[in-house]
Design a protein around this ligand. Sequence first.
Ligand code: SAH
Length: 224
Amino acid sequence: MMREQDPQHRGIGMTSQRTRERLIQRLYDEGLSNARVLEAIRRTPRHLFVDEALAHRAYEDTALPIGHNQTISQPYMVARMSELLLAAGPLDKVLEIGTGSGYQTAILSQLVERVFSVERIQVLQDRAKERMTALNLRNVVFRWGDGWEGWPALAPYNGIIVTAAAAEVPQALLDQLAPGGRMVIPVGAGDEQQLLLIVREDNGFSRHVLDAVRFVPLLNGPLA
Ligand code: SAH
C-alpha cells in the first residue's frame, strides 16, 4: 500500500485534495471510466513527481517539465494508456519504456502484478526509484538502458507501454510481447504522432490506430 511519509509534503497533499478530486472528475467527464485506474490516480500524489516550484500545478491535466528536456505525462494520457493496457483483463508482467518521473510507473504498479521500467537518463531513474521507495511501491524494478532494446532477459511481457514517441515500433518490443499481450505506443516523427494499440494474436500482430498524441521522442544512440 502507498503511504505519504514525508510530512513536509503532506500539507500540500491535504490542501490539494479538492484539486485532486476535480482532476478525477475531469478525466471521468472525458470518457475515462476504468474505476481502478481513476482510483490509482486519485491516490497517487502527483506533486511528489515534479519540482517543488511546480507542485501547485501538479493536479492540472497537463504535462509538466521534469528537466533534461523531458516531461511528466499528462494525467489524461496516463489514464488512457493504462485503460488500454488493462482492457482485456488483469496483467502480471508489464514492461514500461521511458520511466521519466516515475508517475506512470507508480500508477501501473498499483494496477498490475509487476512493473519493469527502462529509462536512458540515469538521474531521472534514480529520482523515480526514490519516489517508489517513499510511496512504498515495491513491485517495480528499474533498468538503466536503451528502450529500443526492451528488457530481453525478463521477456515475455503481457503488457508493454512506451511513453515516448518512436518513428516506428521497435522490433525488440514486438519480439518481447507474450501471446495475447498488449502494447500501447505513440508512433510518428515530429508532432504527427498516433497512439497505437498492438495485440499479439496467434498468427501475427493486430494494430489499432487510436488518438492523435504528442510525446517527447524515443531517442536513439548512447545514453545521456
Ligand atoms: N511516463 C513518464 C514520461 C517521461 S517522458 C512520466 O510520466 O514521467 C519520456 C521518457 O522517455 C524520458 O524520461 C526519456 O528520457 C525516456 N526515453 C527517451 N528515449 C528513451 C530510450 N531510447 N530508452 C529509454 N528511455 C527513453
